[in-house]
Design a protein around this ligand. Structure first.
Ligand SMILES: CC(C)(COP(=O)(O)OP(=O)(O)OC[C@H]1O[C@@H](n2cnc3c(N)ncnc32)[C@H](O)[C@@H]1OP(=O)(O)O)[C@@H](O)C(=O)NCCC(=O)NCCS
Ligand SMILES: CC(=O)OP(=O)(O)O
Length: 338
């Protein structure tokens, strides 16, 4: 069974409340309808009531089973403004500014997650990644066990021509532009946890480079090696190779030739890119040339789930990210003992 189907089944078994603040986009509304019909989530639509209901009418979408919240007349807005003011006061935000900010659907949606009025949020079909991520970081904040928020894609290789089948985690392809060695190690550890949560597999991590075990000498390689060393020190039981080239990471015969002492042995399920240029280009190549299905960018290192989308997403992508958000919320609840 495809990894995404297992995720959908897990969401259906225990649906969560997912807030969508782009319900005036047809792709998002179609995905909301599908999530409601298939029982993966209880959908909370946040936005201008008139715009959403008009679109639903135009697209013949029944909003039954979903909750529609307009920040302009929501009784939650005043309390959220107080909380946002207290959060951002030191950064110079006034109460009047906070009252204006929470009227923005993206901010309101993330406030719902922070307050426990929703289990997770999904945005990014319309907003840029920078806006989605900045709001999530500022409103929801980081998980205390991570210093850094980063992103990953769940990449699905399911075509008959794919020699490598199943799900892989690619990180970071959407957020941290030029991580230093410590930040890269944080990305790798967060991605290993994401693999456990979403693939249900033990992570096998490849710290990608243009060098395998010192075959090239450059400061860029040193950064990857230092990051791998930090991960090994902090997670001694984790299977990890670094520095390693992509072919040695995913092809057993090449790993055997280039890196006989490999822990991953050409069977990596977590690919860590050295910077955002490599990661963003790499995932789009796998998707657009390689025929992989890319689900994300999903965020890791946040205190609660908030996920992004590519603006080029389809309604199916949004549906998938909603299911992933529900499963990430299960993990947050389990950590909190719920
Ligand atoms: C995420 C991103 C928007 C943050 O950059 P920014 O808005 O310039 O943010 P700043 O550096 O001013 O930081 C804003 C806040 O977020 C925090 N922050 C920024 N990046 C963070 C991270 N990765 N993890 C945790 N906190 C972070 C900062 O500490 C700061 O907190 P504060 O407001 O409480 O002081 C930026 O990394 C970015 O643009 N990334 C690329 C996104 C992109 O375009 N991707 C390509 C398409 S997917
Ligand atoms: C992740 C990503 O590249 O997003 P977008 O296509 O919206 O820039």
């Amino acid at each position: 069974m495809k990894a995404i189907n297992r995720i959908i089944d897990r969401a259906r078994a225990r649906p969560g409340r997912v807030v969508l603040c782009e319900g005036d986009d047809p792709r998002v509304l179609q995905a909301a309808l599908r999530a409601t019909r298939e029982g993966t989530a209880h959908i909370l639509l946040v936005g201008e009531r008139q715009r959403i209901t008009q679109l639903a009418e135009d697209e013949a979408i029944d909003l039954g089973g979903m909750t529609l919240i307009d920040p302009a007349d929501s009784p939650l807005a005043a309390g959220y403004a107080e909380t946002l003011f207290r959060l951002r006061e030191k950064k110079g935000m006034t109460l009047a500014q906070a009252q204006q900010e929470v009227l923005k659907p993206l901010v309101f949606a993330n406030m719902m997650v922070r307050a426990g009025d929703a289990d997770g949020s999904v945005a990014g079909a319309v907003h840029t990644t920078a806006d989605v991520v900045r709001t999530a970081i500022q409103v929801i904040g980081t998980d205390p066990s991570f210093k850094l928020v980063s992103s990953f894609f769940l990449m699905m290789m399911c075509e008959p021509f794919h020699s490598l089948k199943g799900g892989l985690i690619f990180s970071d392809c959407g957020l941290v532009v030029e991580p230093n060695a410590e930040e890269l190690s944080e990305i790798a550890m967060a991605a290993a946890d994401s693999a456990r949560t979403l693939l249900g597999e033990e992570p096998r991590v490849a710290m990608l480079s243009f060098s395998t075990s010192g075959s090239a000498k450059h400061a860029a390689v040193d950064k990857v090696t230092a990051a791998a060393e930090r991960v090994k020190a902090m997670r001694p039981g984790l299977a990890i190779d670094g520095d390693v080239q992509l072919d040695a990471a995913i092809v057993a015969e090449i790993a055997n030739r280039k890196l006989p002492e490999s822990q991953v042995k050409g069977k990596a399920n977590v690919l860590i890119f050295p910077n955002l240029e490599a990661g963003n280009i790499g995932y789009k190549l796998a998707e657009r040339v390689g025929g992989a299905v890319a689900i994300g960018p999903l965020l890791q290192g946040l205190a609660k789930p908030a996920n992004d989308l590519s603006r080029g997403c389809s309604s199916e992508d949004v549906f998938h990210v909603i299911a992933v958000t529900v499963v990430q919320a299960h993990e947050v609840a389990a950590k909190a003992g719920g």
